[in-house]
Design a binder for this molecule. Structure first.
Ligand code: MTE
Ligand code: MO
Length: 159
């Protein structure tokens, strides 16, 4: 059994840690092959957020999905109802786990995000290096930049 890629906790009935094999074992209809169909510049395969929700069973009190990346201490917290049918949890490229430079261990992806820095469900919420998915009651930790200046600085540091 390989090491867990991601910890899932908070307001859920079945908190757990998921390994690469756990993701691969989701049913074929839960698998999204080739995310470049949604984002031409991004690659890999994932599972639907809905499939993950079925596996962990969020409690009624879970209203936000909070994605944590400890690698660079980044987090985004997005309303669960709005993202439920839009989210993809990307876990592999060419049958292998994602490396850090590919955004691994897990990369979150919204199918049709608003342009960077325009909405709760914007490109900035496509968190890379996700190692914890927390379900929260109300907004959780969110380090997305709040103004244009902060935002430009983050992007400068990234490229
Ligand atoms: N872990 C982590 N994820 C992140 C960020 C970050 O700084 N750290 N930046 C976000 C922002 S502001 C944007 S616009 C997108 C950029 O994705 P790209 O690097 O694939 O262009 O990633 C998002 N995910
Ligand atoms: Mo962004």
């Amino acid at each position: 059994m390989s090491d867990p890629l991601v910890q899932i906790d908070g307001e859920v009935n079945s908190p757990c840690e998921m390994t690469f094999e756990d993701f691969q074992q989701f049913a074929p209809e839960d698998q999204i092959k080739d995310i470049s169909q949604f984002h031409p510049k991004r690659q890999g395969d994932g599972i639907t957020l809905n499939a993950l929700l079925n596996a962990v069973s969020p409690k009624e009190t879970a209203t936000y999905l909070t994605l944590h990346a400890s690698a660079d201490d980044f987090a985004a917290s997005i309303p669960l109802e709005a993202v439920r049918d839009e989210g993809i949890v990307v876990y592999q490229l060419h049958g292998e786990p994602l490396t850090a430079s590919q955004g691994g261990p897990i990369r979150f992806l919204i199918r049709n995000p608003a342009a960077c820095h325009t909405d709760e469900l914007d490109d900035c919420a496509n968190v890379k290096f996700v190692d914890r998915i927390e379900f929260t009651n109300g907004r959780g930790r969110d380090t997305r930049p709040e103004d244009d200046e902060e935002h430009e600085e983050l992007h400068r540091n990234q490229s």
